[in-house]
Design a protein around this ligand. Structure first.
Ligand SMILES: [Zn+2]
Length: 351
């Protein structure tokens, strides 16, 4: 989206928000309901944070407010199975909201589960299996600690010397983003090399970060509760667009199979890693569609309409992030108008 269009969109959203005009238009864009995507639910930390990591966190209090907000608006809080059934049977009724949490961080068990259990409400967790298999390195949290706790970051990677100043808050943010982009740009087989290059000059214990991921024991406990849906999210959470078709299929199928072996249940739902149009498009949608899932979700913003029955391989979601802990904004976005404006005036924006 070019800059002018983006600004115009923000002005429109601002106007809608302050005039409450969106409420009048809501019936035209709200559709059947909305699938929310969230990541982590943790108490607010008082220490400085890197925005890219804190943005995927909301507080337990805000999660409870969200639940109460949707119930107060007459929404039915449903599982992914119910979303699928409603689409297939073209069911109408009260609008639905489906809460989904990506990746399988430990708070999906420790914080989110007790809350949904208290209300006896369903939710879903999409798990990348390298998390419980402890084959994933949470480098994005290691990197956050690295830039926060040092005044410079020095390393050598592929014969290039990096010496990045990280004194001020702004410098720390820029350094984090640049090094993160380096991590995200390397092919999977070079990941260990870049990790070694960046972190080996410093004393990092990888195990210190492992407990932030759910264990198999926790996942199996969740899977046994009918309130919780475990969905697949590949093995390694790579950008699927950077992989060959065979690698994409392996990532999707091996993640599904591993979850099925461990939980003893069929896995019917899948979310694309990262999930924006930069990491999943028509090629990935086609490949995932052949893997036996009922629904496949992206993070492209949108509400669910009956027409999505034809697009089960790319259902949109509405992301709730740390920056969106504001019920007025949630109210605006659940109406679907923001997505409509963003998606080029289309209610169903499938590729
Ligand atoms: Zn993810």
């Amino acid at each position: 989206m070019n800059g002018m269009k983006h600004n115009l969109l923000n002005v429109c959203i601002g106007l809608m928000r302050y005039t409450k005009l969106y409420r009048l238009l809501c019936p035209f864009f709200i559709g059947s309901g909305v699938i929310l995507v969230l990541h982590r639910v943790l108490p607010e930390k008082s220490c400085p944070r890197i925005a890219a990591n804190s943005r995927i966190e909301i507080t337990p209090q805000f999660l409870e407010q969200l639940i109460q907000f949707f119930l107060g608006k007459g929404y039915e809080i449903v599982s992914l199975d119910t979303v699928y059934q409603r689409l297939m049977r073209s069911e109408t009724g009260s609008p639905f909201v489906c809460f989904t949490f990506d990746d399988g961080y430990a708070d999906a068990f420790e914080v989110i589960y007790p809350l949904f259990k208290k209300y006896q409400l369903p939710y879903a967790v999409y798990v990348l299996t390298a998390f419980p298999d402890r084959e994933s390195l949470l480098w994005w949290y290691m990197l956050e600690d690295l830039v926060l706790h040092h005044d410079s970051v020095k390393f050598c990677y592929q014969k290039k010397d990096y010496n990045i100043k990280t004194v001020s808050r702004a410098e720390k943010e820029v350094a984090y983003t640049n090094i993160r982009d380096l991590f995200l740009s390397v092919p999977p087989e070079q990941m260990e090399d870049v990790v070694e290059a960046v972190f080996s000059p410093y004393s990092f214990n990888r195990q210190d970060y492992a407990d932030q991921q759910m264990s198999w024991e926790q996942i199996v406990t969740l899977a046994q509760d009918p309130l919780v849906t475990i969905g697949a999210h590949t093995v390694h959470h790579y950008n699927l667009k950077q992989l060959t078709p065979d690698q994409v299929l392996w990532e999707i199928q091996a993640g599904k199979k591993r979850l099925e072996e461990k939980t003893g249940q069929q896995i019917h739902h899948f979310a694309y890693p990262f999930g924006s149009s930069k990491e999943a498009g028509s090629r990935e949608y086609k490949l995932a569609a052949g893997c036996g899932f009922d629904t496949m979700t992206t993070v492209c913003e949108g509400n669910i309409f009956p027409e999505h029955r034809q697009h089960l391989e790319c259902l949109p979601r509405v992301e709730i992030t740390g920056r969106h802990q504001d019920l007025t904004l949630v109210d605006l976005r659940r109406c679907g108008l923001v997505a409509f404006l963003r998606n080029g005036l289309k209610r169903v924006a499938a590729e």
